[in-house]
Design a protein around this ligand. Structure first.
Ligand code: 5GP
Length: 189
């Protein structure tokens, strides 16, 4: 998606070879017009997938996922991040290792917001090692839903996540695939 790639080049900053900062339009401040285009692009790419629900992970997945949900006229469900496991009936949790915080957290789904048989489009802001997407997929599958697609705004394709998701059989669509980074250098596939 050229508009997004240009925005990353104009406003993003590679901190080092591993971490990309996009706080001015995705993580801290949100360019909602750009997110609207992102939502449209996800809707276009997954138009044939029979999606019945959009699911994302708080907090930076919410803006692009909400725009996709609006465009596709579908409900949006948010997976929350908890510091510890919550002992509550009717809650599904799995441990995920956070790429940015370098610490584990409990990804949490309230399964009453997903129907068995739902065809879910999972949307997240970044893909790195695939921990968040694989954890989210396992929760959705435990709730009886099918992960029919995974939409990623920015994937660092040199990190292992993409391969892991593809090997697990998921259909992954990436709007901005970054193949290499260094301090102040960003290269797309
Ligand atoms: P993964 O679970 O695939 O290792 O990492 C994905 C999650 O970590 C995303 O939900 C995102 O919040 C965060 N993340 C991974 N890499 C980056 C990055 O380079 N920049 C930012 N801002 N967040 C990242």
């Amino acid at each position: 998606m050229e508009l997004l790639k240009q925005k990353i080049l104009d406003c993003g900053r590679a901190l080092d070879e591993h971490v990309l900062l996009v706080d001015s339009f995705l993580n801290n401040q949100v360019d909602v017009k750009l997110m609207q285009e992102v939502g449209r692009e996800f809707a276009r790419r997954f138009a044939d997938a029979g999606i019945t629900r959009i699911v994302t992970i708080e907090s930076s997945g919410i803006a692009p996922a909400a725009m996709a949900a609006l465009e596709m006229d579908l409900p949006l469900v948010i997976l929350k991040k908890s510091k510890s496991s919550i002992l509550k009936d009717g809650i599904l949790q799995t441990e995920v290792f956070s790429f940015t915080k370098n610490a584990p957290y409990m990804l949490t789904l309230k399964p009453q917001f997903v129907n068995p048989g739902d065809k879910v489009l999972l949307i997240d802001d970044f893909l790195a090692n695939g921990e968040a997407a694989l954890g989210a997929s396992s929760l959705l599958e435990r709730a009886g839903a099918q992960v029919a697609g995974i939409g990623i705004v920015i994937a660092k394709t040199f990190q292992p996540g993409l391969k892991k998701l593809q090997e697990a059989g998921y259909r992954v669509e990436i709007l901005a695939p970054v193949k290499r980074m260094a301090e102040n250098l960003i290269e797309f596939e």
